[in-house]
Write a protein that binds this ligand. Structure first.
Ligand code: FES
Ligand code: FES
Length: 178
């Protein structure tokens, strides 16, 4: 009935982006969601929850800002820097936010944890010394069935003070080279 077999061929496009510091080229369908593409590529720490932008389980940083990857077309990530939970620990060393979540019992089933850690990291990168209200606001888009929210808030506040102490211990480069 249709003259060309190409009518049914799935259209694809090239996507060039950086994920966790690695420059990548992927072939995607134009309407694919960033969530689907990331998971297909093996970033399973990006969780599939509500798929409606309501639970925060799929959060990643795009150019340093937290977004729900279920609400973003993968094509919109062209040329951008994406950070998933897989890229938060550096050389096997957990980020202070991850350590604090473990230390404060803020991880139970763990389903919401990657998204919460991602948003908390974005907050602390922007506001190293946040108030409790700011922490609560940063975590407001994340639903957790297990922890009751108090422990994640405590964890983020503890991570902020740990990061501050760490920064104090690191001498400025000028002092080190003297
Ligand atoms: S899966 Fe994206 S916000 Fe719930
Ligand atoms: S720890 Fe289970 S949903 Fe948050």
């Amino acid at each position: 009935m249709f003259g060309s077999r190409g009518v049914f061929a799935m259209k694809t496009m090239e996507l060039h982006l950086t994920v966790n510091g690695q420059s990548l080229n992927w072939s995607i369908a134009p309407g694919e969601l960033l969530l689907d593409v990331l998971r297909r590529q093996g970033y399973f720490g990006v969780k599939r929850g509500c798929e409606k932008g309501e639970c925060g389980a799929c959060a990643v940083l795009v150019d340093g800002k937290p977004i729900n990857s279920c609400l973003m077309f993968a094509a919109q990530a062209e040329g951008r820097h994406v950070l998933t939970i897989e890229g938060v620990a550096i050389d096997g060393k957990l980020d202070p936010v991850q350590e604090a979540f473990l230390d404060h019992g803020a991880v139970q089933c763990g389903f919401c944890t990657p998204g919460m850690v991602i948003s908390a990291k974005a907050l602390l990168d922007r506001r190293p010394d946040p108030t409790e209200d700011e922490v609560r606001e940063a975590l407001a888009g994340h639903l957790c069935r297990c922890t009751g929210y108090l422990k994640p808030v405590e964890a983020v506040l503890a991570a902020a003070s740990k990061r501050k102490n760490r920064a104090r211990r690191v001498k400025p480069l000028t002092e080190v080279s003297r």
